[in-house]
Design a protein around this ligand. Sequence first.
Ligand code: SAM
Length: 268
Amino acid sequence: MAEDFRLYGDDFNQDAIEQWFREEAQYHNQFSGGRFEDHPKLYQVFDWYYALLPYFHPRPDMRVLDFGCAEGQALAHLPAERRTYSYVGVDASRSLLERAARVHPEGEYRLMPADGIIPAKDGEFDYVVVLGVLHHVPNVAHYLKELFRVLGPGGRLILREPSHAMGRIPGSHTTLPGLSPNERGIPAHYLQSQLKELGMRVLSLRPAYHGVVLQVLRHWQPRSDQAWRVLVSIDKVLSDATRWNDHYQRPQIWQKLAPTANYVVAAK
Ligand SMILES: C[S@@+](CC[C@H](N)C(=O)[O-])C[C@H]1O[C@@H](n2cnc3c(N)ncnc32)[C@H](O)[C@@H]1O
């Protein structure tokens, strides 16, 4: 597992962590009012069928943390009956949070500090939803511990993270087109082992976003909800059938015939 620590930055010193944090926050600050406002249909539909419909059932008296909430768009598309809970959004980008507070004033928003301590009390939340965020942080194990800390007993953690290197050489800070300065995937086995170490029960770990499905979507977008549902079903079949092919580095074409992300749901 020594390589995992190098890849996921859990041995970064405090200066390197803070530099990474600032670079990522600066990158995301550019997008206030635009990039995140229109939550891509792909994420809306996949988040819904893979994770939210089966595992996200907050009652009105429950508290939900949307960690790395950006403009609050990911949960804003839920049917109204699923949006009756108290919502807290935390993000490292001040401008995205300002925008979130304007667009979704019913929520409460808190800025994530560079010291990596989530501004929340122990056990404050019944659900912690983290969609596409941990691959932007250097010290993933530390963040998982923090997310665990703020989750109450019996609470659920819902994660979506890409699983592959995204073309980045480990340790390199070269910015690649379309990516933030530091982002890189987190393999399922790493997430699973860290959650188990925290004493969490993994309820579901599903590979998703198959490379072939993503290629198809570059040229064709489903027009109806039914067509999206069919696409998710195809993605589930392809991703399950090729989960053995989930390599971190994918230089060969055959290695791209694999899922590119995972949904993980765990209970405290
Ligand atoms: C790819 S976006 C995902 C946004 C949203 N969760 C969604 O699914 O649409 C990643 C978000 O993570 C935030 N982020 C990056 N590093 C963070 C950190 N250390 N703490 C909290 N949020 C962070 C970014 O500012 C950005 O809003």
